[in-house]
Design a protein around this ligand. Structure first.
Ligand code: GLC
Length: 657
């Protein structure tokens, strides 16, 4: 769109760019800047237009984009151009991810590189490397308290190791997801240190107050994130003699994005890591980016403007790079992190599907899909060119952030139901084999979340202790069932390291003083490679899980209807134990798959007539794409065995395993 003010400012900026920047070949940069400048200028103006240094800051921003463009390698630039042409590339069913800690998975970055064949054996082609930037030895929140955004934590490696890892991954056609903690820094970061020493410029990078007046006003409406270990949202800093906003831990200082210098620093950092080979940048805690008195300081409109601006800037310099929004918030809010456009993601192309994750856990505990069906029915439609990150477990706790209305519509009372779930997964409930622990218990609000590894939460730990083969079989089936769901729902499935071999809770964190107060460490294990070797021995639990996953991952990749084109149709069934939906490819008619899952301990039935007019499902021809079996039919009813799922079609499976 031609707009005079933005256009003349752009001309002025280009004239003022430093000579060394002007001399470079900036053809693609100029094209993209021209195309995006109106949006960048408008957003920057909305956020910072009232400041007297607005134009200066705008020039700084363009300079940062230009400088990072100049340092982008030819190879990455080619990949940008290829991805611009094939802009739906990330919606393909080919992508299957895994999140892992470099040290927990393979000691360090070189170790991760040497283990890439293991990941490929399973079918993983996208790796979310948990935070690897420099952070304090102890007060680090697992790497989410960064003390230097441009240096790696020397315990896991250096920049060369990271570049080599990225190169090796790219040769194998694997994607690298890199974590950038945009909302806060460690109190040991140079900016925080300079703020401490009294430098106003850096005090302006944070929310710092001389007395409790403003902090008290904020506290009236801000919830607590870690009520047990870090109550409140402000920390008294002895050296400064001032209060600092620290929403997460007391050593994590919130950055002040109402200062454009903070925005510019952060976009520079994001582009820096894009230039080191990150294909996707995970933006941590994005819901918290804007603080406003009288609000919960989450999901504010300006937080969205900041993300839009980040996306627009990234599109100019590194357009092939995608963003993942880590916003673990209510479904109606999560959806907004794609941006409120009709089609294209204007903020983050990918967002964690925390809603689906929590609903799956609800189905495990209740053995029915009532709330799951209800919750998914009410999950707002997402944009066409945006996708979910579907997961079961990750490094964080499981929050029970369902909509209260949905809980009621499913026939439960919200408070009692949430309490039941916490009791169930912490093994307090009589009929439960789960071995999780409560996390983030807030005595004031009654809120609680859940920690624990996938295997321990579905009862594998308990079953092994009891030496109960039936219970072991049940747990293995549940592990595969849950993965069957994230692999077929629509979006990118993100496995969690260790789950592929049934890793149990690891309580060794209790021996480490810096971790003992945070039981999320029970599901951040040191991968046991001897246990991983057991995947090669027939009949072991590890082999059953690993091979089961390997197979369903391979089958997923062969089903075009599993690409994410908003092509899921939820089925309304009479049977509350079943969760079922159609997936159909928009351009390949006939290519339809019926996904159906039974969360109950008994076989459940689906009446084929309930499927409506689906000609393809002729009796006797229905096949499960995973096993190649034809499911049993009983009096016109299809039988779904306990804790099983089917991907049904009347086409023959194409993969030979
Ligand atoms: C994100 C991370 C979590 C961390 C928090 C603060 O939610 O996933 O592990 O504690 O941000 O950085």
């Amino acid at each position: 769109m031609y707009e005079q003010v933005a256009h003349s400012l752009l001309n002025e900026i280009l004239d003022r760019l430093k000579p060394e920047i002007r001399r470079q070949d900036l053809r693609h940069f100029y094209t993209r800047l021209g195309a995006n400048f109106y949006a960048i200028h408008s957003l920057f103006h909305l956020l910072y237009g009232k400041r007297s240094d607005f134009t200066e800051q705008m020039i700084n921003l363009v300079e940062v984009m230009a400088n990072q463009y100049i340092t982008r390698s030819k190879q990455l630039e080619q990949s940008d151009i290829a991805r611009e042409k094939e802009h739906n590339w990330f919606l393909s069913q080919q992508w299957v991810g895994m999140a892992l800690y470099a040290d927990g998975f393979a000691d360090d970055l070189r170790g991760v590189r040497s283990r890439l064949p293991y990941l490929q054996e399973l079918g993983i082609n996208m790796v979310h490397l948990m935070p690897v930037l420099k952070c304090p030895e102890s007060a680090s929140d697992g790497g989410y308290a960064v003390s230097d955004f441009r240096q790696l934590d020397s315990r896991v490696g250096n920049l060369d190791d990271l570049r080599e890892l990225a190169e090796s991954m790219h040769k194998r056609e694997m994607l690298l997801v890199f974590d950038v903690v945009v909302n806060h820094t460690s109190d040991e970061h140079a900016w925080a240190q300079m703020a401490r020493s009294g430098k106003q410029k850096y005090q302006d990078y944070y929310y710092i107050f001389g007395n409790r007046d403003v902090p008290d006003m904020f506290e009236e409406t801000m919830p607590e994130i870690f009520p047990e270990t870090s109550p409140g949202n402000f920390t008294w800093d002895e050296t400064m003699g001032k209060w600092v906003m620290s929403v997460f831990h007391d050593y994590q200082w919130d950055l002040n994005y109402s200062n454009p210098a903070v925005f510019i620093e952060m976009i520079d950092i994001i582009l820096f890591w894009a230039n080191q080979g990150a294909d996707i940048v995970r933006l941590d805690a994005v819901a918290f980016l804007w603080k406003k008195i009288g609000t919960s300081c989450q999901n504010e409109r300006e937080a969205h403007l900041i993300l839009q601006l980040m996306k627009d800037c990234c599109q100019v310099t590194a357009p092939g790079v995608l963003f993942i929004a880590e916003a673990i918030v209510a479904p109606v809010e999560i959806i907004k992190y794609f941006g409120e456009d009709a089609v294209i993601a204007k903020e983050c192309e990918i967002a964690y599907n925390a809603t689906f994750m929590a609903l799956l856990w609800d189905a495990v505990a209740t053995r029915n899909a009532k709330l799951l069906n209800q919750g998914i029915r009410n999950l707002p439609d997402k944009l066409d060119r945006a996708t979910w990150l579907n997961y079961i477990r990750c490094h964080d706790d499981i929050g029970l952030g369902f909509d209260d209305r949905d809980i009621r519509l499913a026939g439960y009372e919200p408070l009692a139901h949430r309490r039941f779930l916490v009791d169930y997964f912490t093994g307090t409930y009589d009929d439960s084999e789960a071995k999780g622990q409560p996390f983030g218990v807030n005595e004031k609000t009654g809120d609680a979340r859940i920690s624990g590894s996938l295997a321990s939460l579905v009862g594998l730990e308990w079953a092994l202790e009891q030496d109960d083969p039936e219970a072991i079989e049940r747990a293995v089936k549940l592990i595969l069932l849950l993965h069957g769901m994230i692999l077929s729902f629509g979006g990118i499935p993100l496995l969690y390291y260790g789950d592929e071999i049934g890793t149990l809770n690891d309580c060794s964190f209790l021996q480490d003083e810096s971790k003992a107060g945070d039981n999320r460490w029970m599901h951040r294990p040191q991968l046991d490679w001897q246990k991983a070797e057991l995947r090669l021995r027939h009949g072991t639990v590890e082999q059953q899980i690993f091979d089961g996953l390997k197979k369903i991952i391979a089958v997923r990749k062969s089903i075009p209807a599993f690409a994410d084109f908003n092509n899921r149709e939820l089925l309304e069934l009479d049977n509350p134990h079943l969760f079922a939906f159609w997936r159909s490819h928009p351009n390949q008619s006939g290519d339809r798959v019926l996904v159906v899952a039974n969360f109950d301990a008994s076989p459940q039935y689906i009446n084929l007539n309930e499927l409506g007019n689906r000609g393809m499902f002729c009796y006797g021809q229905v096949k499960d794409l995973c096993s190649g079996e034809s499911p049993a039919l009983f009096k016109e009813q299809l039988v779904i065995p306990p804790y099983r799922f089917y991907w049904l079609t009347d086409q023959q499976p194409e993969v030979e395993l």
